[in-house]
Write a protein that binds this ligand. Structure first.
Ligand code: GDP
Length: 460
């Protein structure tokens, strides 16, 4: 294990109240001690007890850089299990960089992205599923996603995986012992017993694997497209939801020429919204490109928000678009209800059957947006959290390892059904055990570890 001392700015590089420079490694205390002085100008950091915080100044090359608070966390009781010093300085970009420079010039190395968390993992403080949860906690944008990441951080996924692995290793050990010592340990009736256990473990593994569908929605959001003929209020809705004037709102039909994309947090769901050029047949080449793109987006979208203008009759254009999206997950928005309208939900129902929702809204005034958010939540997420204990995985790597484990368990049941010899079972049980192990970071190779942590932000 390489214990050289690393340093990085742990807070965002922008003007803020405070900035934190984090230092970790064998020489963390020595290095910061050389540039930190108390009010009397003394270098006293080395004498501080663990988990204490101290007032003083960073002085480098005879020059005072900032007035700071420095905290000391001694190994092994720190995030990385190494000596960690955190320098709380003023939150300016220049001042943070200057303090970091002083630390680096005094003997630390600039950290790589995620290197602090990587050390926490390599030093055995957290398993890989918790390390990945750290990143998810940081990138969480709503309550559901944060709660889920925190559950992983608390070790829920780790416990579940460990439980499955304990059960697998018990069976592997039993088969090995029986094969080694057939006189004393009988395998009579065992295959049937194992078959039942494997079916059960496969079900549990599959349930976890399937939770990735929800997890992906929680983490990455729902790919959503806003459709409707020109002037129904698509850009207005996008602007209302994103709180920014991203799309140009005008009275002239067909002004939104291309697609505009925006990540919008709506209550407990994240929408990756695409506003499209008004779908309609057009002679205009530029607009046609937009229209084709809109049709494309509709095909790929997980959710379609179809806007109908409540102040005008339903036209053939509306009906054509309805035709285009009727098989998608669909929410019809009857817009402009702040005005005296002629179209209501019942009028749209005549043209649509099947499973869709209708919400009456005013993109201008924000009416109905809460109901829209609730409808989306109900469609995509409710039911996914049957209980607080429900584990939802949010990571493709974990989903793939669960699939490997599930396939291996399936192979065991096939081998049993085909009356193959017991050592066949062991190989596949072992494969399942290894795949589950990789989720929590057992026997993962260095390249994978480096790849996972390289996606982290600097200073984490
Ligand atoms: P798009 O072509 O579908 O993107 O439609 P726009 O968002 O550009 O809106 C077309 C016109 O309808 C603009 O004048 C908007 O101000 C108006 N509009 C959009 N939504 C509403 C609404 O909820 N109420 C009212 N009264 N006007 C709206």
């Amino acid at each position: 294990m390489n214990n050289d001392t690393i340093a990085g700015i742990a807070t965002a590089l922008s003007e803020s109240g405070i900035g934190i420079i984090r230092v970790s490694g064998d020489d963390a205390i020595k290095i910061v001690n050389s540039i930190f002085v108390n009010k009397k100008g003394e270098h006293t950091l080395a004498s501080f007890s663990s988990h204490t915080i101290h007032y003083g100044f960073i002085v480098f090359d005879g020059q005072e850089i900032d007035e700071v608070m420095v905290s000391v966390m001694k190994a092994p009781n720190s995030f990385t299990k190494e000596d960690v010093v955190e320098i709380n300085c003023h939150g300016g970009v220049f001042v943070c960089k200057s303090v970091l420079e002083a630390v680096l010039s005094s003997g630390a190395r600039l950290c790589e992205p995620g290197e602090f968390t990587k050390r926490a993992f390599l030093n055995g403080r957290i398993d890989l599923s918790k390390a990945e949860a750290v990143m998810d906690v940081i990138s969480s944008s709503n309550n559901s996603s944060l709660n889920n990441s925190l559950k992983h951080l608390n070790g829920n996924l780790y416990k579940k995986i460990k439980d499955l692995r304990d059960r697998l290793i018990y069976e592997i050990a039993f088969i090995e012992s029986a094969l080694d010592d057939p006189e004393h340990i009988s395998l009579e009736g065992y295959p049937q017993e194992l078959l039942e256990k494997c079916i059960e473990m496969k079900e549990e593994t599959d349930r976890l694997k399937e939770s990735f569908k929800t997890g992906k929605i929680l983490k990455d959001g729902i790919d959503t497209v806003i459709l409707g003929k020109p002037n129904v209020g698509k850009s207005s809705l996008l602007n209302m939801l994103s709180g920014e004037d991203r799309a140009i709102v005008t009275d002239i039909a067909g002004t939104t020429r291309d697609t505009i994309e925006e990540r919008v947090i709506l209550g407990d769901v994240v929408l990756n919204l695409t506003d499209t050029a008004g779908i309609r047949e057009s002679e205009d080449l530029v607009e046609n490109i937009g229209v084709n793109k809109a049709k494309d987006c509709a095909k790929k979208a997980e959710l379609v928000l179809l806007i109908i203008d409540s102040t005008t009759e339903i036209t053939d254009e509306d009906k054509e678009i309805i035709e285009l999206v009727k098989d998608k997950k669909l929410i019809v928005l009857i817009n402009k209800i702040d005005m005296p309208g002629i179209i209501r939900s019942e009028d749209v129902e005549k043209y649509l059957s099947g499973d869709y929702d209708i919400v009456e809204i005013s993109a201008k005034e924000g009416t109905g947006i809460r109901e829209l958010s609730q409808k989306i939540y109900n469609r995509f997420l409710s039911g996914s959290f049957k209980s607080d204990e429900e584990i939802v995985i949010t990571n493709l790597r974990q989903a793939e390892e669960l699939k490997t484990a599930s396939d291996s368990l399936n192979n065991v049941t096939n081998s049993i059904n085909m009356d193959l010899p017991e050592d066949f079972y062991s190989i596949d049980l072992m494969n399942a055990y290894a795949a589950l192990g990789r989720i929590i970071g057992e026997d993962v190779d260095d390249d994978l570890v480096n790849e996972i942590f390289s996606k982290f932000c600097m200073g984490k």
